[in-house]
Design a protein around this ligand. Sequence first.
Ligand SMILES: CC(C)[C@H](C(=O)O)[C@@H](O)C(=O)O
Ligand code: SF4
Length: 476
Amino acid sequence: MTNTAAARTLYDKIWDAHVVDRSEDGTCLLYIDRHLVHEVTSPQAFEGLRMTGRKVHAPERTIAVPDHNVPTTWDRQNGIDNEESRIQVDALDKNAREFGVHYYPVNDIRQGIVHIVGPEQGWTLPGMTVVCGDSHTATHGAFGALAHGIGTSEVEHVLATQTLIQKKSKNMKVEITGRLAPGVTAKDIVLAIIGHTGTAGGTGYVIEYSGEAIRNLSMEGRMTICNMAIEGGARAGLIAPDETTFEYVKGRAHAPKGAQWEAALTWWRTLYSDDDAHWDKVVTLRAEDIAPTVTWGTSPEDALPITADVPAPDSFTGGKVEAARRALDYMGLTAGTPLTQIAIDAVFIGSCTNGRIEDLRAAADVLRGRKLADGVRGMVVPGSGLVRAQAEEEGLDQIFKDAGFEWRLAGCSMCLGMNPDQLAPGERCAATSNRNFEGRQGYKGRTHLMSPAMAAAAGVTGHLVDIRDFAAAPAV
Ligand SMILES: CC(C)[C@H](C(=O)O)[C@@H](O)C(=O)O
Ligand code: SF4
């Protein structure tokens, strides 16, 4: 058990501040500050409350938004293409209204992917505990919040009690020293980390990302990093809050104001890992060693610098040999092929990993005055209605449309095949999302994960490409 007098990590500090009760075996009851809810994992939880006549304990701390199933065309209501999706979206609408929680329905400009909406509206704040029935809840850790996914029965527990039963994870530090080279982004950092540690490297840990390269990232870049903590196996990812964080949070709709802001700042400034805090595991990477990175296989750990070749299964050990063989077969790739020779059919720019305004700006910068290669289709899906409006104010939508992209409404979209936006069997996609699992973007679809600039550049050339070479080529 943590000794509060001793040096502590950021995770220790947030944990200690939220323990309501502790049992003999170390299991704790934690207070939950924010409960985010989407339509996929909440219907049964609300139904459980209804059947037992219970209410939502803290509706003012509960935020609901539909994102996974919603069509990203204007036909938001009728465009839902399957019964199950329709039931989930309708159930959220009914439950949110009946239980009186904060709610952003599809016709509200603030609607979007839950992990983009939370920070945007100032719901996510440093030092908080944030949960959601969704594995990418780790995104909110970018603010120095302890944020992670929970299962549907836990969703019900949090709705009913505003607490969660938890066992503490171990502390892991991932330090990225030095400065990033031009063309290398937060997405490349996190893909490189997972390439290095593997998808099980963070199992049993909460990861704190630190080091100069992390400090230098914007809040949006930090969210991209923490978003994929779960792909590296961790319970959650965290970044200590600093002036960049406070600047981002200040003035947001649900951020504290006036004297409350000052009081909050005083506490937030104590939220860092003490110098002599104990780490159970430390991983250090040099920023200058990180190249623009893409995945070649069907696991986020199948990440390599874009300058590499498709690896041979024999270059791995243990179970990975067979996994790589299967992945290459599924992906339709031959070992030894340079990654830059992989031709693509589609580009997807969006998701809670890379669907924020800076991501759209980065893609638009590449696409200005350029067009998608013949036969390549592209879709840009802003992470929220407000991201979409901001992009339109900046004229980015026009750049995307001129380049031949579809300009969509906010939602999870082609990040996963739960809505009408899907790959056709065999189609290969340069995607800015976080999972490249088999069939993730549509039955037999093939996914290569990368940064927004890399995905945009791949769309223009028609194959994966090193953004550092591409940037030098003039727009036509
Ligand atoms: C549908 C949902 C539960 C799921 C998750 O937990 O992450 C989804 O958001 C995903 O990205 O695969
Ligand atoms: S955008 Fe993708 S990763 Fe994020 S919550 Fe939606 S489905 Fe999950």
